[in-house]
Design a protein around this ligand. Structure first.
Ligand SMILES: *Cc1c(COP(=O)(O)O)cnc(C)c1O
Length: 463
């Protein structure tokens, strides 16, 4: 344990102080002088660590370095699109931090102009008619979209449509959102090649189907080639098509969900459009709809207090910075990067679905891994300074390693990652124990993941 791994309370020494003020100013806010009512007076002094300024600075700086972020290293987390967040975006939003949440709308016309622009830009990118900026995450967008779907059917007196079809390769939030919306979930299977099985879909369609939720390219990074036929079949039975556009990255400027036949969709601005994410926020999952769904959108189309404006503006800056042609390039480079890694590693890692992928792809563990698991590989990557890919998802493969490099990584970074993945494959053959016990040099190694997620200890208790 390094000295500064100690908690700040453990560094505390009674009487030590991190500032120097004229005596006259010290402790001026004593109880007796306080204007607050005695009822709110503190019973005992606030229990704060007594440390010097360098101790405080080191404490926070060291804490910040115990985390891994896209600013500290390569983060190939599949289905998450951890692309670099341009720093110019932060500069652009900073003057807007001064907007008061309760400021009247007529004094923040510029904010409205940005929303209007984004409505138009996203509509053009996706082929939808209008967007609502109410939802603050992808899953929030899914729920919003499904509620719109339900409203649409109910407005037509079509009350029997209580089921929503979800492919078995879907992101877990899809069935979860459908369940929260009170819809029943029907699973449609994928074929060997990872695409939705149209023959399996046909018998599921009927007057009880509210719609289908699809991700395209799907979570295996594969483009659903039969999408036109699927759209026709679902529409024919009276259902709607929901597009999970969390990972729209590879399609930017190439193909539009609206043209594929989708009626409702969400985008994750915090994935596709370079705004920061992780740790549950801040996100933005705007929902776009085709013309016939527009009447069901809530007014206003932003959440309270000007909505999640900082994120919308960052995405706006990203779109304007790239422009039409470069937006298209972003998707192409993301696709190229994913295929480059896939092809460079398929002699060491099992590639269950060969062929060209889009922005991401899935390995099914090591080719000759012995008893070395995907978890071991992921943990060992941390020792080499890379974030682990998404593992054990999608559920179609038992040892899934889902890699998504994005367009913002250089060829050198991709090569470094490939080299490390090859080193790990070699270690698996020669020294499997070093993988079973990895990581060896991170602040924590292998916490019980269920306990860490369900019963996190986030508070330091001094007693
Ligand atoms: C990330 C993701 C979601 C959920 O988005 P959140 O903002 O995390 O709620 C939904 N679908 C897909 C395909 C995703 O990758």
């Amino acid at each position: 344990m390094k000295y500064y791994d100690k908690l700040i309370f453990e560094l505390s020494k009674p009487g030590r102080c991190g500032y120097s003020l004229p005596t006259a100013l010290r402790g001026c806010q004593t109880r007796r002088e306080s204007k607050e009512s005695p009822a709110v007076w503190r019973e005992a002094p606030l229990d704060l660590p007594e440390v010097s300024e360098p101790d405080v600075v080191r404490h926070y700086t060291n804490l910040s370095q115990m985390n891994f972020g896209v600013d500290t290293g390569f983060y190939p987390l599949g289905s998450c699109t951890m692309k670099y967040n341009p720093k110019i975006n932060e500069e652009i939003v900073s003057p807007f931090n001064g907007i008061h949440p309760l400021q009247p709308a007529e004094t923040v016309k510029g904010v409205q102009a940005v929303y209007d622009f984004m409505d138009k830009a996203l509509a053009e990118i996706t082929g939808m008619k209008h967007f609502t900026f109410l939802p603050c995450a992808g899953a929030h967008g899914e729920l919003t979209g499904l509620m719109l779907m339900r409203e649409y059917h109910m407005s037509r007196g079509d009350l029997a449509r209580t089921k929503v079809i979800v492919p078995d390769s879907a992101h877990g939030t899809n069935p979860a959102s459908a369940a929260v919306c009170g819809l029943d979930i029907v699973v449609v299977k994928s074929k060997e090649n990872g695409l939705v099985d149209v023959e399996d879909l046909k018998p599921l369609l009927g007057p009880d189907i509210a719609g289908i939720m699809m991700t395209n390219p799907n979570t295996l990074g594969l483009f659903e080639r039969d999408i036109k036929e699927i759209a026709a079949l679902v529409h024919e039975c009276g259902g709607l098509l929901y597009y999970d556009g969390a990972n729209m990255n590879p399609l930017l400027g190439m193909v539009r969900p609206g043209d594929m036949g989708f009626d409702i969709m969400h985008l994750n601005l915090h994935k596709t459009f370079s705004t920061p994410h992780g740790g549950g926020g801040p996100g933005s999952g705007p929902v776009g709809v085709a013309e016939r769904i527009v009447p069901f959108l809530d007014i206003p189309r932003t959440s309270g207090f000007h909505g999640n404006f900082g994120i919308i503006l960052r995405a706006c800056a990203y779109i304007l910075m790239l422009g039409r042609e470069n937006l298209k390039l972003a998707g192409k480079y993301a696709t190229l990067s994913a295929n480059y890694i896939k092809e460079s590693l398929k002699d060491c890692y099992k590639l269950p679905i060969p062929g060209v992928c889009k922005h991401e792809f899935v390995f099914d563990g090591l080719l000759d891994g012995g008893d070395v698991t995907t978890l071991d590989v992921a943990k060992r990557l941390l020792d080499y300074g890379f974030h682990a890919p998404t593992i054990y998802f999608p559920l179609l493969f038992h040892q899934a390693i889902m890699i998504e490099p994005t367009e913002t990584e250089s060829l050198e970074t991709l090569d470094a990652f490939i080299e490390v993945m090859r080193v790990i494959a070699k270690e698996a053959a020669e020294d499997p124990e070093s993988l079973h016990t990895a990581p060896h040099n991170t602040p924590i190694g292998r916490p019980d993941e269920t306990t860490a997620a369900r019963q996190p200890v986030l508070k330091y208790s001094r007693s």
